[in-house]
Design a protein around this ligand. Structure first.
Ligand code: BGC
Length: 333
């Protein structure tokens, strides 16, 4: 009885200490890898809105795709003790950020561009908010396979296999390889007869998606393209723009090349509603912003406490993965 009492008291005081360690966080510095990235710009809007709701003052930095710029921005920022919200240009630089955070006793929340578990585990106030890229690839494959099975006319040149143009994201991004492998695995397992006629790294960008697709169409013509798959929506929207020059994906249901992306950015949803794009997978920026600011606002470092307040599971290495959701012209699933 006495033992239980002492035990309860010590658990209580340990919890109280964990809660008492941190004062309420009212400031955060957010470092974006590149605000010209459509998904990240959308996420930035969600972070802004959520920070207002949570009463956290946010200062924004844009590295425009350059790691040196990002490191300089972090070095030059006055040591206010503000929470660091970090969308790394180069995920391999995460250890430097953690060192700085540790030295200044700052909380650091990485998001979207994933640091290694070793780095996350090296500091008890380092966190990551992102999503599982394999799930994105699996969901995209389900949409694609469902489309192929219900649209036999997709094989326009009737050679018995589907000619796919595959637009990949950034070469050294965890999501490029995992999303791509997951789609290919599913096509194979479902015994879909296909060939990848063109594929390229196009850095998540609308312009590069457009340029690559336009070049392929000029060189090889439209007959070698029966299906477009992209690691994100921006690439696919760029490629659709190139198809428009050939009169495809412009609202005429007889002239559609099915196109599938990932993110569900507003521009993609508009294209799906207009019938110019066939499906995407929601990379839930609004939920991510809630989780990021939820962790930023937490007055405790205890993962269980934070888990309760943000409503998402936190893994042992402090990772929060927001679930993806399939989106097609039939709605969300
Ligand atoms: C998104 C891409 C974005 C990238 C940036 C991915 O999760 O799907 O659209 O360009 O993150 O890191």
């Amino acid at each position: 009885m006495r033992f239980t009492h002492i035990f309860t008291l010590s658990v209580l005081s340990a919890t109280m200490m964990a809660n008492a360690v941190l004062a309420k966080q009212t400031e955060a510095d957010v470092y974006y890898y590149d605000l010209s990235d459509q998904f990240v710009a959308n996420l930035a809007n969600c972070i802004k809105a959520e920070s207002l709701r949570k009463g956290i003052k946010v200062k924004e930095f844009n590295a425009a795709g350059d790691q040196l710029t990002q490191s300089t921005q972090m070095e030059e920022d006055p040591k206010t003790g503000a929470t660091l919200l970090v969308n790394l240009v180069d995920p391999a630089q995460a250890d430097q950020v953690v060192e700085k955070a540790k030295k200044n006793s700052q909380r650091v929340i990485f998001f979207n561009r994933e640091p290694s578990s070793t780095v996350l585990e090296s500091y008890d106030d380092a966190w990551y908010v992102g999503a599982d890229p394999v799930q994105a690839g699996d969901y995209q494959a389900e949409l694609v396979i469902d489309y192929i099975r219900t649209h036999p006319e997709i094989d326009r040149n009737k050679d018995g296999k589907i000619s796919i143009v595959f637009l990949k994201g950034e070469k050294n991004h965890q999501e490029t390889a995992s999303r791509t492998q997951a789609v290919i695995r599913e096509l194979e397992q479902n015994k879909i007869a296909y060939e990848i006629t063109f594929e390229s790294y196009t850095n998540w960008s609308f312009n590069q998606g457009y340029d690559y697709m336009a070049a392929q169409l000029t060189q090889k013509g439209i007959d070698k393209t029966e299906l477009l798959i992209g690691n994100n929506d921006s690439l696919i929207l760029g490629a659709i723009q190139a198809l428009a020059d050939y009169g495809y994906n412009q609202g005429n249901p007889q002239k559609v090349i099915p196109a599938f992306g990932i993110d569900a950015i507003p521009e993609a949803l508009t294209a799906i509603t207009a019938g110019n794009m066939s499906g995407t997978v929601l990379n839930d920026a609004s939920a991510m912003a809630k989780a990021i600011l939820g962790i930023a606002a937490a007055e405790s470092k205890d993962p269980e406490e934070i888990e309760k307040s943000i409503g998402y599971f936190i893994s042992d290495d402090h990772r929060v993965l927001i679930p993806y959701i399939k989106v097609s012209h039939r709605g969300t699933k």
